[in-house]
Design a protein around this ligand. Structure first.
Ligand code: PLP
Length: 406
């Protein structure tokens, strides 16, 4: 109950066991209040008005940009671009940086555990530019096989991008990127590094300096903030090299009948009116995480992970997809129950008010590796979950087994 009390949804759904935080997190009262306060006390457009209300709204909006920069240890708040979500952040980089710099035969390295949002944009560039994609394989222990990449004999000069998820939304694996990126950069010196931090950011410290990356993408809605808002961070030099995707108001320097010049980052990438209340809500979400201290979050979630790992994989007829070691792991658990279709299992669990996700989780490449074309059941936990929630999940699994005689 340590953290659950902070989240009003559980007061309104007393029996609910919410195990779908990898899809989206619940929102603490402080985030709900911040959005409400914005509309009831501070709502105005920004970067335009010279009146007090507009200034307050702008201070809140730009204040969040600063909070985000500090949260991920970025050099400057001007390196923080507000987008729609992780997907949009990755697409922006694909369309406005890599489409320009990649040439036929260049290699983009991704992995078999990527979410579709870090596969599909590169597949399009593959078709358009005739580039190659190398997938780092997933080992039998559900980790990435970086050795295989290092020994794959790729033409090191041609590897122009390594784009990896910090943590898997299916397996729960946290990739040890802080250790491996320096090795990858020395082996592939022409490669930029993009990190998809959609899953890691609400659970562990994400620090762009320690990660030694060039681009970082994440979503507000997975880190207790409002939906419809994402972040792209990139080094200033790279942002200077990138063209804007959308053109119009807010993002220009001057416009004449014949020519427009663009503002510098971040305005250059934020055409039109932004997601004002969502940005303010994200600021409150970051304050909330900071008030808990991410190390305490990790400690608490590690306890949940250890408990779940001591129980779930041991249930008879449960196929468990994920590392059994709590090291380098999020509280995200994928499994199947005998021959029961994951959708059927999820439906039965729902009868007990247990909310899990079932299907391919936007990871069809990984589902093929797992030999699980119908997908998996995924229970993904956050700080508001408890040991009791895991026990209820286990009861639910046993009920599924009984009904389907598995
Ligand atoms: C690892 C990972 N990357 C990217 C995404 C895409 O996030 P969004 O839908 O917020 O763009 C998700 C969403 O589940 C994810 O888990």
């Amino acid at each position: 109950m340590l953290y659950k009390k902070d989240f009003p949804i559980f007061k309104n759904n007393k029996q609910m066991v919410y195990l779908d935080s990898a899809a989206t997190s619940q929102k603490p009262q402080v985030v709900v209040d911040a959005v409400n306060d914005f509309y009831t006390k501070n709502n105005s457009n920004i970067h335009r008005g010279l009146y007090d209300l507009a200034q307050r709204a702008e201070d809140l909006y730009e204040g969040t940009r600063k909070k985000v920069a500090e949260f991920i240890n970025a050099d400057s708040k001007n390196e923080i671009i507000f987008t729609g979500n992780t997907t949009e952040s990755i697409n922006l980089v694909t369309l406005r940086y890599f489409e320009k710099v990649l040439k036929k035969g260049d290699i983009v390295v991704i992995s078999e555990m990527e979410h579709h949002s870090n596969i599909v944009p590169w597949l399009r560039l593959k078709e358009k530019l005739d580039i190659k994609i190398y997938y780092i394989p997933v080992t039998k222990d559900f980790l990435l096989d970086f050795d295989k990449l290092l020994k794959a004999g790729l033409d090191f000069k041609k590897v122009k991008l390594i784009s990896l998820t910090h943590a898997s939304n299916v397996l729960g694996t946290i990739n040890p990127l802080e250790e491996i990126i320096p090795k990858l950069k020395s082996k592939f010196p022409n490669a930029k590094v993009l990190i998809d931090a959609a899953q890691s950011i609400p659970h562990i410290k994400v620090d762009v300096v320690n990660l030694q990356c060039d681009f970082l993408a994440f979503s507000s809605h997975k880190m207790f903030g409002p939906s419809g808002l994402g972040v792209l961070w990139a080094k200033t030099k790279l942002l200077n090299d990138m063209d804007p995707l959308f053109l119009g108001g807010h993002m220009i320097e001057t416009v004449t009948k014949q020519k427009a010049t663009f503002a510098s980052s971040p305005q250059k990438f934020e055409a039109g009116t932004g997601k004002l209340e969502a940005v303010v809500g994200l600021g409150a979400a970051i304050d909330y995480i900071n008030s808990l201290n991410i190390k305490n979050v990790q400690k608490y979630e590690d306890k949940l992970t250890k408990y779940a790992l001591s129980k779930l994989p041991k249930i008879k007829n449960v196929q468990f997809y994920g590392s059994l070691s709590p090291k380098y792991r999020l509280p995200v658990f994928s499994f199947n129950i005998g021959s029961v279709h994951p959708h059927d299992a999820s439906e039965i669990l729902n009868r007990k008010q247990i909310s899990v996700r079932a299907g391919h989780h936007c990871n069809q490449v990984l589902m093929e590796i797992l030999n699980s074309p119908s997908g998996t059941i995924r229970a993904s936990l956050s700080i508001y979950n408890t040991i009791d929630d895991i026990d209820k999940l286990i009861e639910g699994i046993n009920m599924v087994k009984k009904i389907f005689k598995n």
